[in-house]
Design a protein around this ligand. Structure first.
Ligand code: MG
Length: 382
């Protein structure tokens, strides 16, 4: 069954004070988690994100590297215009509409909606109301509602595209203000069907919700360490973190000898439990002779991302008498941040001498220790 997804993230976030859609959580914008969880739940035919026009270039820069088949369209001042712009872009017979600020949508909720769409034209996930709900006037309770006849509505809401499209066109024409698309179905005298939602599928509305999101994500953090030693060798290049460093000797090795990148690779693989550099790129393999180690790092990052592991930050110490690292640090950080797809302030590289002791002190070689923090972005199936 071909289904498109429209993620609506064009609001001004006025209740939040700042733009919540791009609020940074562990180095990624909030909407990154929304998209990752949706796209790992179902194979959507077309993936559409509606953004505030002021946010489009930021969205392209931050999201296209992870979601190359994402289509970003401009939203409007009102929800009707934003959703309609998204739905006009869709091509399949069915379309799901999701709030960009619901980052933890579990895959079973998406599956419930798609499944129910097979024999009903409008579907919405809903949860029982957990708290007692009361009418009030000012600070005083007036009366209690019967919560057994109430449902709390979530997204993604699923529709036959022709039905929701004409409902949206009419709403735009009539200037109807609403907060969820199911309302448009009711307005037409039609009926939307409920499927089970999830408490995890909450909407980030207030600042407290961000704290909750941070706590949920923090349980998915994992750390790893990496270590590497390379001998110095005359006539070889000195490459560290992909940066060529002028030096009277270089680093011996099957690849370009970039020990910093090797240690980072092992730290990332360790945090992700995906083996180690020797298993992935054995030095008996001619394909890796003299290869730039940053190419290997790119492959490791894409392997990790394919399994749902995303680097959060790295820290490394290069233990060597020479060369001095400080002068080249900015270039190395820039390089690694680009390859790891994390902000520069999440990459740290430091130099340290061995006080002239041991093999480092005798300038026979250098050693690197690296630490990586990785997040396993998993779709909550609970
Ligand atoms: Mg090595």
């Amino acid at each position: 069954m071909k289904v498109d997804i429209v993620v609506v993230a064009a609001g001004s976030g006025s209740r939040f004070g700042q733009d919540k859609i791009f609020f940074e959580l562990y180095g990624k914008p909030l909407v990154f988690y929304t998209l990752h969880n949706l796209f790992s739940s179902y194979h959507f035919e077309k993936k559409i994100l509606v953004l505030n026009p002021r946010k489009i270039s930021e969205g392209e820069k931050k999201l296209y590297p992870f979601f190359p088949d994402l289509v970003i369209v401009e939203g409007g001042n009102e929800r009707t215009i934003s959703v309609l712009n998204g739905v006009r872009e869709s091509v399949s017979d069915y379309v799901l509409i999701h709030d960009g600020a619901r980052p933890f949508v579990p895959s079973h909720v998406v599956e419930n909606v798609v499944k129910a769409l097979r024999d009903w034209y409008a579907v919405t996930p809903a949860e029982p109301v957990r708290d007692t709900v009361k009418y009030h006037e000012g600070e005083f309770v007036i009366r209690t509602l019967d919560r057994s006849s109430l449902k709390s509505i979530q997204t993604p809401q699923g529709f036959r595209r022709d039905i929701i499209r004409s409902a949206l066109e009419d709403a735009l024409h009539e200037g109807l203000i609403y907060t969820d698309e199911t309302t448009l179905i009711e307005e037409r005298g039609l009926k939307a069907k409920f499927v089970p939602g999830s408490p995890l599928n909450f909407k980030i509305t207030y600042e407290e919700d961000v704290k909750m999101a941070e706590r949920i994500l923090s349980s998915n953090l994992r750390s790893g360490i990496g270590f590497d030693i390379h001998r110095f060798s005359k006539g070889r290049r000195m490459v560290l973190g992909g940066v060529d460093i002028p030096c009277e000797y270089g680093l011996a090795g099957h690849s370009d000898g970039d020990a910093l990148t090797h240690a980072i690779i092992d730290a990332l693989l360790g945090a992700s439990s995906l083996g180690d550099i020797g298993e992935l790129f054995p030095d008996s393999d001619e394909r890796f002779r003299d290869i730039r180690s940053t190419i290997l790092l790119e492959r490791v990052v894409s392997l990790m991302e394919g399994r749902g592991f995303f680097p959060v930050n790295i820290d490394a110490v290069v233990i060597t008498e020479r060369p001095k690292i400080l002068k080249y640090r900015d270039g190395i950080v820039k390089n690694l941040s680009r390859i790891l797809r994390i902000p520069e302030n999440r990459v740290s590289v430091k130099g340290k001498t061995a006080e002239k002791m041991g093999f480092v002190g005798r300038k026979e070689g250098l050693a690197v220790i690296a630490n990586a923090l990785v997040m396993e972005v998993k779709n909550a199936n609970g």
